[in-house]
Ligand binder design. Structure first.
Ligand code: DGJ
Length: 740
């Protein structure tokens, strides 16, 4: 019964073990070994029980992670539950041994720690009590960022092969007094649709699928609120993201006695592995952030860490990109592209991105039915090659970028006709096409070389190409690889991701100055493993700014605004001021035919560019505060604040930018904010209450553009700023500076 009690109370209840030196493998004498993983605002305390096993004693902030000394360690939840150990609970690790035995019973061997430049790396070694299967539970702490990374390494220490069915990255036991899970998914043009649900007894599984555009289906991050649904500023919450470039899976379990646990890792179904004697396998890392004061703090921790340690050149300004996909499609000529470049330069764009359609010879890429894989410039569209258009952009003072989709081919291409065996396929089965294309099998060394050559040769087209958009527009089906033996075809889901990431690493090594945009039919690759090889990503093909407010809101739970491409387009035919305001709240850009702009629209766009230049540092590197949730409501508001803005005195330049969006025609202008209270105004948080600020209306194209007033910080927090309107959709962009 006490077991039930301890687990039912979650990880914050527990026993403080004696500190004892390990004597024998998993022997009771090892009991008391205690390992503290300190990631600042998040930490874990693990202990070895008298059963020799590794238990989780606490998780949370400094206070919360301290276990209750009243309970023996062995009664706490296992830190890494294996199949066969907790018969009624979901496992995080499952192996079938050579003799057919399906269980593991892990006992503690040793724990070591060593510093890394920003924290500690911990390695806790366990071994199967019966066989020689070895496990290391690994952590990397980031105390300055309030984060922990966790992963699990396994090694087949037996002398016969075994089958590894599952090894999760992390499996924290969690409080479940009133548990809620938030996850995001959707599909093409519908990424980051939020679901928050109360967890009930049983296991709620959310997983991505498809292997390539995994995040279209499920974003690789979830939130667990143990004690009632956390708001932006209140309540306990754990954010967990699995940094993996393929399918991920989260099992949120409420056990038979109400115990909570989240098992997070790559999607293991269909990805079983044969492990040879002595062979190791490491799960991808999961990153964990904790807050006792609402979700906003976990997002800010993730943003800062992603900029500092994940995305390439994360603290460098992102350019204002002018993409031509929605404006031009496949209809390209030297003259039309140069005309659009002129328009882009006139608006103040800093980089022109030539999208799909520039290539193909025998199979010209005039639509998406053919040409993919034949990376030669289409001489019918560009008789002089790409040189004239690249040079035109450079002459107009803007950089040049190009679209590629190097992992895919159309069967109607010269490359496929020469190498039909290069694609992922199963012998004797139909090669099903999506978007008329097939996926190259990058596990084949010659195919990986081809993909690298595609990048090399594309960049060699002109020395001034400084940016590539790397797209991927279909998922995996008929998941077979000619390089894998018949009994190891299930290795493909993992091996293909690893091979792709290795290619991306090599591209970054060969071309360190080239900036890369990650795209997979929009935000299909919104994970931290792919992003670590790139500079930014294309958030969604859905550029209707009404939808984009919600999509960008969802994405901001993992990703900083600096990496979220947001372009002003005609999608939804929304008013230009509104479209500009929404794009200004992320990594701003355009995808619109400049020749179609009215004089008024042109003026609005120019104001937007000028505004972005003045707020770019705030949006890209400031602290995000989500103020009013647009999920399930008709309004949204957010602010970016300069770090530690409340302490700043006499600061030059803007220190906050506030965005407010009215998204539908609801009569009631009083909106329920995410914490359930009414939001008649947009309150600005984080300012010095006694300081006077200047607030300038910088809404592009607004009749009040440029108008200013002053107010005390306390008044901006209390009486706030007025919602835009009347009319919808409408927006306001206010820039706040210290009053001088
Ligand atoms: C899908 C991308 O998401 C779009 O932005 C565009 O690049 C097209 N592919 C081009 O085919």
């Amino acid at each position: 019964m006490i077991d039930v009690l301890v687990e039912a109370h979650g990880p914050n209840l527990g026993a403080r073990g004696r500190h004892g030196a390990p004597l024998g493998l998993g022997s009771p004498a090892m009991a008391g070994e205690r390992i503290e993983i300190d990631g600042g605002r998040i930490g874990l305390v693990l202990g070895v029980g008298t059963d020799g096993r590794l238990h989780q004693l606490g998780l949370g902030d400094q206070q919360g992670r301290q276990p209750d000394p009243a309970f023996p360690v062995s009664l706490f939840p296992l830190a890494l539950p294996t199949h066969g150990e907790e018969a009624r609970r979901a496992p995080a690790l499952r192996v079938t041994h050579a003799d057919g035995s399906p269980s593991l019973r892990l006992v503690f061997v040793r724990a070591t720690a060593q510093p890394h430049p920003f924290g500690q790396e911990h390695r806790i070694e366990l071994v199967d009590r019966v066989g020689g299967f070895e496990v290391a539970v690994c952590f990397r702490t980031w105390p300055d960022h309030d984060l922990i990374e966790q992963w699990v390494e396994v090694r087949n220490g037996d002398d016969a092969p075994c089958t590894l069915h599952q090894v999760a990255s992390a499996s924290p036991a969690l409080g479940a007094a009133d548990p809620y899970l938030t996850h995001w998914g959707g599909g093409w043009a519908n990424e980051w649709s939020e679901t928050t649900e109360r967890l009930v007894r049983g296991t709620k599984t959310v997983a991505s699928a498809g292997g390539v555009r995994s995040s279209l289906h499920l974003a690789p991050v979830v939130l667990w609120s143990p004690d009632g649904r956390a708001t932006e500023t209140d309540g306990a919450v754990l954010a967990v993201s699995v940094a993996w470039g393929g399918d991920v899976r989260f099992d949120a379990e409420i056990g038979p006695h109400g115990q909570g646990r989240l098992v997070a890792g790559l999607q293991h179904l269909g990805a079983e592995r044969r492990l040879e004697p002595g062979e190791t396998f490491a799960s991808p890392p999961a990153v964990l952030a904790w807050s006792d004061h609402g979700v906003g703090a976990t997002s800010r921790a993730l943003h800062c860490w992603v900029r500092d340690h994940v995305v390439r050149d994360g603290n460098r300004n992102r350019a204002i990109v002018f993409n031509n996909w929605e404006a031009m499609g496949f209809s390209l000529t030297t003259e039309t592209v140069c005309a659009v470049i002129d328009g882009a330069a006139d608006l103040g764009a800093e980089l022109f991105l030539l999208d799909d359609g520039w290539f193909g010879d025998a199979f010209p890429r005039n639509d998406d039915t053919q040409g993919l894989g034949d990376w030669v410039v289409d001489a019918r569209k560009f008789p002089g090659g790409l040189g004239p258009v690249v040079q035109h952009a450079i002459d107009r003072g803007i950089r040049f970028g190009l679209w590629v989709e190097p992992e895919m081919v159309n069967p109607r291409s010269e490359i496929y006709q020469a190498h039909p065996d290069w694609v992922i396929a199963e012998p004797g089965r139909e090669r099903r096409e999506e978007r008329q294309q097939l996926v190259l099998d990058v596990c084949r060394p010659e195919v990986a070389d081809f993909v690298l050559e595609v990048i090399d040769q594309t960049l060699a087209l002109h020395p001034e190409i400084s940016y590539l958009k790397w797209d991927a527009n279909r998922d995996i089906s008929e998941s077979g690889s000619a390089v894998l033996p018949a009994d190891q075809q299930s290795h493909l889901p993992v091996d293909r991701v690893r091979a792709t990431l290795a290619i991306m690493d090599e591209v970054a090594r060969r071309h360190p100055t080239i900036e890369l945009m990650l795209c997979a039919s929009g935000g299909g690759r919104s994970d931290l493993a792919n992003l670590a090889r790139f500079h930014e990503l294309w958030t969604s093909d859905n550029t209707d700014p009404v939808d984009r407010v919600r999509i960008q809101w969802g994405a901001s739970h993992l990703l900083p605004a600096s990496v979220l491409g947001a372009h002003v387009t005609r999608w939804g035919q929304r008013p230009m001021p509104f479209a500009c305001a929404v794009a200004l709240s992320a990594r701003f850009g355009f995808d619109i035919d400049p020749r179609s702009l009215t004089g008024e629209e042109r003026e609005t766009a120019a104001q937007a560019v000028a505004t972005y230049r003045s707020i770019r540092a705030l949006v890209q590197f400031g602290d995000l505060h989500r103020l009013v949730s647009p999920i399930g409501t008709g309004r949204g508001a957010l602010a970016f604040l300069a770090p530690r803005v409340g302490e700043q005195r006499g600061t030059e330049g803007p220190i906050a930018v506030v965005f407010a969006f009215v998204l539908d025609n609801q009569e009631d202008h009083h909106t329920a904010s995410d914490d359930g209270r009414e939001s008649p105004v947009v309150s600005v948080p984080g300012l010095d209450p006694d300081r006077r600020y200047t607030v300038v209306d910088r809404t592009p194209g607004d009749v009040n553009h440029g108008q200013a007033f002053t107010a005390l910080g306390r008044d901006l927090a209390a009486t706030g700023l007025q919602w835009p309107g009347p009319g919808w959709p409408s927006a306001k962009v206010w820039v706040v500076s210290s009053h001088r």
